[in-house]
Design a protein around this ligand. Sequence first.
Ligand code: 5CA
Length: 436
Amino acid sequence: MLLSKLFIPITKDLPSEAKIKSHQLMLQTGMIKQSSAGIYSWLPLGFKIMKKIEKIVREEQDNIGAQEILMPTIQSADIWKESGRYDDYGEEMLRISDRQNREMLYGPTNEEQITEIFRSSVKSYKLLPQILYHIQWKFRDELRPRFGVMRCREFFMKDAYSFDLNESEAVHSYNRMFYAYLKTFQKLGLKSIPMKADTGPIGGDLSHEFIILAETGESKIYADKRIFDVPIENYKNDMISLKKMRDDFSKFYAVTDDKFKQKDFNDNVKKSNQLQTKGIEVGHIFYFGDKYSKPMNCAVDGKDGKKTFVKMGSYGIGVSRLVAAIIEAKYVNKKMKWPKSVSPFDVVIIPSVTKDKKNLERGMKIYSELKKQGIDVLLDDVDENLANKFNKHDLLGIPFQIILGSKSEGNKIEFKEIDKESQLIEIKKIINTLKN
Ligand code: 5CA
């Protein structure tokens, strides 16, 4: 892609409404555009990053055997009346009526909808266990939407739902998802901590929030530092290993504000291991047994022929929130660096602009070569001095740069990984590095 052709409305001024770095940067680099309070359009750069995040989330759901579906955004109020949540959910729910005056709503989550699908199609335990998920827009009429896409009203969420015959199998589904979450955040270049959490309007008694550390996070967290060292690569996707994983994580104190008690913290964690900081909730998982299946009569014939209400859990990841959360976690010293797995481009070529256009022409040649090799490359062909270009690319955060200025000569080209020293190397080696 040529930067001059990319629809990327970069602004020089700091947007005054943005209080945190990710919100500023997303507006400044034209990733998003607010359309009304807490509602955003996603422009090419932001959308590309979000789609890469979505792809990784999907891969890890598929890896644990979850199956993708797509439910609508608009739901009928009837199923929410059945579960009893229609009144409980309160003003966060956007209620609408259609031309026949039927009560509808814009889904804030999909427990009712999935339970309705499941009860009408599954009658026997033989089809259990099942995990179904979708990646779909949600709407919550937040009282104070803030921090851009971090806490907005319309947001993109992966939500999964598990169905099991009994509690122990349901807990295994919960553990599978717990594992998928650790893997997902790892692939996104993030260190996440699973923390015991309250269940709020979703319900149930077993729940973990997945938090990534960031000073600007809204969640206060209290943890035993050693929780960071639990080696997730040691666990396998089987019942015994996953139980061990949960047990290993449970050994370490890790809670958010609402579950925090100073005395417990002091009793359980020695001073030198105490970590008290802030974080961003990027995922939240719940086990709630028959909270929905019972009132909505979602039952299967068990092995003994008796009707049993299925045991359910639900599992959310804030896909759109993650774009902002990654920025908060990765932005240092006025520089952004996207993890390679989600970067909008693999590499950017930055030629200095000269009268004879020599560097730009060279840039074009390298650009074609890289494209031929399947590398997603951006060429900064904008007529602007190098200092400005560097400032701009500090914000854009593409992890590798090819700089065509005074240093690049003959075969040797200046190549730089954003937070490292640049080196002069041959194009072949650059291609190899980028491909790896
Ligand atoms: N039904 C459950 C699990 S599917 C559920 O809705 N859980 S949740 O309320 O915790 O939301 C899941 C994730 O969505 C959160 O962890 C968070 O990352 C994201 N999220 C929730 N509310 C917002 C919001 N207002 N703006 C952006 N992301 C949000």
